[in-house]
Design a binder for this molecule. Structure first.
Ligand code: NAP
Length: 292
């Protein structure tokens, strides 16, 4: 039952109707006994500033921010956490007495997923990241901050990989090597072979999205490695299938989505999030219960 004290939370994106976040957060609030509701908001790009002002004016307690507004929303906020500055993007806004603070829980969400769901320590070896867009940036910064000793960024547009590698190395002090999307690159093959983690941060293999081959030797990702795909539709992506065939442990991006939500909820409420309730709601909403 909603009443005069109901707290309103939500997600801002465009489009946003497909989002799994309302299912995840509403189930968590029910579980925690919070008098709150989480709803989707879909402002057009030219009204984003008004939408953010509306958070303040209406006393909306907190929102997530998704594509295409994670960077565009920044000028309208009062402050950013150090982490959000480093990520250059905001996926969570908290509203404390009208002060809007931008946070980033995407990268930290991946780290928590790796540690809690896969017992994987990012400090355990180098990592290879495919892509140089927003997801790759979040993943690269998060891995470097979590102790990953060396990173490779592999991207179709090589200039973007070079630029992102420079940015991440400068921000974190971790060596980051850019590579073109070239299957024959011997140095990439060598680095991939001694890596602990390979992460797909491109839409390659996404349902209805791009097809394509990963520029790796055929036996990679392989035994002793984690092949993590930030894509989660389909639940078993071509990158995961390739890794599983070679004996790698595999994971899809639902766990990253789950833990970015967990961290956002904990930021808003100050309470430990009911992780398993949120996981169940997310997997049910995705229609893929049971697939990691
Ligand atoms: P983005 O900023 O648009 O970047 C897309 C990246 O993919 C670019 O590096 C692009 O290369 C590359 N790419 C696109 N099509 C390609 C192709 N056919 N072959 C090779 N590379 C290709 O997008 P994003 O926000 O980073 O999102 C990327 C993926 O991450 C999405 O598919 C999304 O599902 C996933 N994601 C998951 C989560 C999660 O919580 N699980 C969160 C965020 C994103 P160019 O630079 O050459 O264009």
């Amino acid at each position: 039952m909603f009443d005069g004290k109901t707290l309103v939370y939500g997600i801002i994106g465009n489009p946003v109707a497909h989002s799994f976040s309302p299912a995840m957060h509403n189930s968590a609030m029910r579980e925690l006994g919070i008098n709150g509701v989480y709803v989707p908001f879909c402002p057009p790009p030219e009204r984003l500033g008004e939408a953010v002002a509306g958070i303040r004016a209406l006393g909306i307690a907190g929102v997530n921010v998704t594509v295409p507004y994670k960077e565009a929303v920044i000028p309208y906020l009062d402050e950013l956490t150090g982490e959000a500055k480093m990520y250059g993007a905001v996926n969570t806004i908290s509203n404390r007495r009208g002060v809007l603070t931008g946070h980033n829980t995407d990268g930290p969400g991946l780290i928590r997923a790796l540690r809690e769901d896969y017992r994987f320590d990012p400090a355990g070896g180098p990592a290879v990241i495919f892509g140089a867009g927003g997801a790759a940036r979040a993943v690269a910064v998060a891995l470097a901050r979590a102790g990953c000793p060396e990173l490779a960024l592999v991207n179709r547009s090589y200039d973007k990989a070079v630029k992102l590698a420079e940015t991440v190395a400068a921000a974190t002090g971790v060596p980051v090597r850019p590579f073109p999307w070239d299957a024959g690159d011997r140095q990439l093959g060598e680095l991939a072979r001694r890596s602990a983690l390979l992460v797909n941060c491109t839409p390659v293999g996404m349902s209805g999205g791009a097809a394509g081959e990963f520029p790796l030797p055929g036996d990679l990702p392989g035994r002793g490695q984690l092949a993590y795909d930030t894509v989660y539709n389909p639940p078993r992506t071509p990158f995961m299938t390739r890794g599983a065939r070679n004996g790698a442990v595999t994971g899809n991006g639902l766990s990253m989505l789950l833990y970015q939500g967990v961290l956002a909820l904990e930021e808003w409420t100050g309470l430990p999030a009911p992780v398993e309730v949120m996981r169940r709601a997310l997997y049910d909403r995705a229609g893929i219960a049971g697939v990691k």
